[in-house]
Design a protein around this ligand. Structure first.
Ligand SMILES: [Mn+2]
Length: 529
């Protein structure tokens, strides 16, 4: 996904938060996650037995080790992440906030309360829900997958930390339609909280806290909240005296733990192999929507929950439209396909772009540009954590300089240009940033500036592109209408090492042509639509 693209936030249809118990007559159950491909039969059998044992008694609003042993191991609260780790995240956040305030302006303030709302269910139209996606800050700090919930964390003068989860209560009628809820009684244990309450009691709780701790700072991000009723309660109780905790949360989230790195490896591996298969299955005359369907199908079959964003499938000149998502054109012989796609695997996203000739062989101008881009991308990967790649913004400057120099070598940019002029001319060939952080969100931790030094545990993309619109008259005609991007995901490791998480996704020009020539492509004359 492109660095500059804003993620569309779908607004709620305005359902009342405190009336969330009201059932929705869709019958759709959407909290269960698809099984992983491996060990499927054995695991499913275990899961069925486990589900059978628990079905008649206790039910949960999300998979737990007892009901979904094929997804969640003992001690884990979400697949791949242990409850202890989530509890440690909450403590780390509270201490970071308190220490940061003590160091800066608020030396006398000893008490802090942080309020993080979940996402709400969003609707396409009357009673027809979108797939639910949890607010990632809430999920990161609570492990809870349910909508209409609120996490409240406190730290006091003695550094005692307390976490409270406000959830929807059990409701037989609502659960009949929407599936089970974890409920108030089980929530403390499942999510490792000191206490849990019915979400209807949030206002009362916050009012009491504010009465007891009139000098405490309340941390709440109203702009990022889907739950308008919670924003109103917080505003009423605090008289609008709140500060956003986002920067603190993102500063923790931007460094991935070893278990998060494992999930990142897995999501990148699933998307890499899905894109390899999709490239191999393409043929002249294929519809962009078929490429979309292939990558969607193959990532899900590989164990992903869904695609991480609407993919860009751009054949021919469509690739010069950077935000092209119509995906409704036919890709003809002689054209390239640009595919920008990634998936979400148990809350962690991948983000890959590949560009390949649909008929298996690059034409001369396509090959020249592809080799320039591949070279630039390899050099950018090579300079991460080194001079020119110590920050993502530096990496962007390096990209512009390198694209400028290489395009001069192939005479697309006049040799006389240099310095800032060359940089600006190169920028016209690639008008987007070269990188963003990646993690639970595609554009992960956006409040962390791209000007800070890369550190071990960070994951980011490296995605240079070259786009030449058909209308440009300052480049030779054979290059007009070509658009290319190569995007990999990398994990920054200690000792200046870099792990390319999407290494297995083929991008080398020769390997790509070899792979495409060995496929059993149907004769395009018979299938051209
Ligand atoms: Mn991207």
């Amino acid at each position: 996904m492109l660095a500059l693209r804003a993620i569309n936030r779908v607004r709620s249809t305005g359902r009342c938060f405190l009336a969330a118990q009201k059932h929705e007559a869709t019958g759709k159950f959407h909290t269960a996650r698809p099984a992983e491909a491996c060990s499927r039969i054995k695991n499913q059998k275990r899961a069925m037995e486990a589900a059978e044992n628990t079905r008649s008694s206790v039910t949960y609003g999300q998979p737990v080790p007892q009901t979904h042993p094929h997804l969640i191991g003992p001690g884990e609260v979400i697949p791949g992440i242990r409850l202890d780790e989530v509890k440690a995240r909450r403590r780390a956040l509270l201490h970071l906030i308190k220490e940061s305030c003590a160091k800066n302006m608020d030396k006398n303030i000893k008490n802090h309360i942080v309020i993080i709302p979940s996402a709400n269910k969003k609707y396409m139209s009357h009673k027809i829900p979108y797939v639910f996606r949890q607010n990632t800050d809430f999920l990161y700090l609570s492990g809870c997958q349910e909508p209409d919930s609120v996490l409240v964390m406190e730290i006091d003068a003695q550094d005692n930390c307390k976490s409270t989860l406000f959830v929807r209560p059990k409701d037989k009628h609502a659960e009949l339609w929407d599936g089970p809820r974890t409920g108030v009684q089980l929530a403390s244990d499942i999510f490792g909280m000191e206490q849990s309450y019915d979400v209807c009691l949030l206002k009362e709780y916050l009012s009491k806290y504010s009465f007891a701790q009139p000098n405490a700072i309340t941390w709440y991000d109203e702009k990022g909240s889907d739950l308008d009723d919670v924003s109103k309660i917080v505003a009423d109780v605090t008289h609008n005296h709140v500060r956003s905790p986002l920067e603190f949360i993102h500063n923790i989230r931007v460094i991935k733990s070893p278990s998060e790195c494992e999930l990142m490896r897995k999501t990148c591996q699933i998307a890499s192999s899905a894109i390899n298969r999709t490239m191999a299955d393409s043929y002249p005359g294929i519809g962009e929507h078929e490429v979309f369907a292939s990558v969607d199908y193959r990532t899900r079959m590989g164990g992903a929950n869904f695609l991480a964003y609407p993919p860009v499938v751009a054949g021919g000149t469509n690739a010069t439209i950077i935000h092209y998502v119509n995906n409704n054109q036919i890709v003809r012989r002689g054209e390239m396909v640009l595919l920008d796609a990634g998936c979400e695997y148990h809350g962690y996203t991948s983000d890959i772009t590949r560009t390949w000739p649909v008929d298996g062989k690059f034409s001369d101008p396509q090959r020249v540009l592809y080799e320039v881009l591949q070279q630039v991308q390899l050099e950018l990967l090579g300079c991460l954590q080194q001079a020119g790649g110590e920050t993502l913004d530096q990496l962007f400057d390096t990209m512009c300089t390198k694209i400028g120099q290489y395009l001069q070598e192939i005479k697309l940019i006049p040799a006389a240009l240099g310095g800032l002029e060359l940089y600006r001319t190169a920028y016209k060939f690639c008008p987007h940033h070269v990188s963003h952080y990646l993690g639970m969100d595609v554009h992960d931790t956006p409040s962390v500036p791209r000007s800070i030094r890369l550190r071990p545990g960070m994951v980011c993309t490296v995605e240079p592109g070259i786009y030449i619109s058909r209308e440009r008259t300052d480049v030779p005609p054979e290059f007009r209408g070509l658009g290319l991007r190569i995007e990999d995901d990398v994990l920054i490791r200690p000792d200046q090492q870099v792990e390319v998480l999407t290494e297995s996704c083929i991008k080398d020009r020769r390997l790509l042509e070899e792979m495409l020539s060995s496929r059993h492509a149907p004769d395009d004359a018979t299938i051209n639509k």
